[in-house]
Write a protein that binds this ligand. Structure first.
Ligand code: BGC
Length: 272
């Protein structure tokens, strides 16, 4: 990792990070905290893990609070935004991170397996983004805080463009996130609301342990990554802190791939 000191680019701003008690969401919450933001650490189960993230952010000198909500539940999402506003006054940044995989061969995939992934990964991002846009529009730009009235970052995946056999529900949800993000971005830009995605490749988290937990699996994984290493969660966190900051103010409606080149068709290194 680069040894660049973190600037407190998000001082005075409040961020909600969904699915922030583990994996990529946890790293994003911690990096936004290091950048000076107040952080709402959303989780759906395991309050202890969320409280650990809160303690870590507070240890770095920023404020944080844990908020339980199932992002696919409209009332719970609205309650989480109300809690954030009661605690910190407003919300400036939403990171739509909560997501899961429920893998199955396509012919065996149940409707429940399909629906669960679409509900959390796609509908959850819709519900949270809608609440965020309502808040950003109602408040407007506060130039002393940020050039923008608000920022939304959708955590997508390389699988918004790479088809994924055995994971049809997951790839479908991420493809949906891509056009949802761009369509919201087009609609809300006049209110100075910035909307973008980050598409991680293979990042060392619990969601994909089977891809890196043995030397053999890791060697197979590296065939898919031109840069020849797995990514670490804080590499997504640092990208999110920068993308949410005014340093990225003219960046709107794009997907930032953070994937060591996974989307470069690595099979063509030697083939074709
Ligand atoms: C998935 C991981 C996978 C990675 C690269 C992510 O979106 O959640 O399981 O390792 O994409 O394929």
């Amino acid at each position: 990792m680069p040894k660049v000191p973190i600037r407190r680019l998000l001082e005075g701003q409040t961020a909600i990070v969904t699915g922030a008690s583990s994996g990529i969401g946890k790293a994003i919450a911690i990096e936004l905290g290091k950048a000076g933001a107040n952080v709402v650490v959303n989780y759906v189960s395991g309050p202890d893990k969320a409280e650990e993230v809160v303690a870590s952010i507070e240890g770095e000198g920023s404020h944080a609070v844990a908020a339980r909500a199932d992002v696919s539940n409209e009332a719970e999402v609205q309650a989480m935004f109300a809690q954030a506003k009661a605690e910190f006054g407003t919300v400036d940044i939403l990171v739509n991170n909560a997501g899961l995989q429920v893998d199955a061969p396509f012919a065996d995939m149940t409707l429940a397996q399909w629906q669960k992934v679409i509900d959390v990964n796609l509908t959850g991002q819709f519900l949270c983004s809608r609440e965020a846009v309502r808040e950003f529009k109602a408040r407007g730009v506060k130039p002393e805080v940020s050039c923008a009235a608000g920022k939304i970052i959708c955590i997508s995946s390389v699988h918004e463009v790479i088809p994924w056999a055995g994971h049809v529900n997951y790839a479908t949800s991420k493809g949906g996130v891509m056009l949802m993000m761009k369509s919201i971005a087009q609609e809300v830009a006049p209110w100075r609301i910035r909307v973008n995605s980050i598409a991680p490749g293979a990042i060392r988290t619990p969601i994909n342990t089977a891809a890196w937990d043995t030397p053999e699996h890791y060697a197979e994984l590296l065939k898919l990554i031109p840069y020849k290493r797995i990514g670490e969660p804080n590499e997504i966190g640092r990208a999110a802190a920068w993308l949410a900051s005014d340093d990225a103010d003219y960046i709107h409606g794009i997907t930032l791939f953070v994937d060591g080149g996974m989307t470069l068709y690595p099979g063509f290194e030697t083939g074709g």
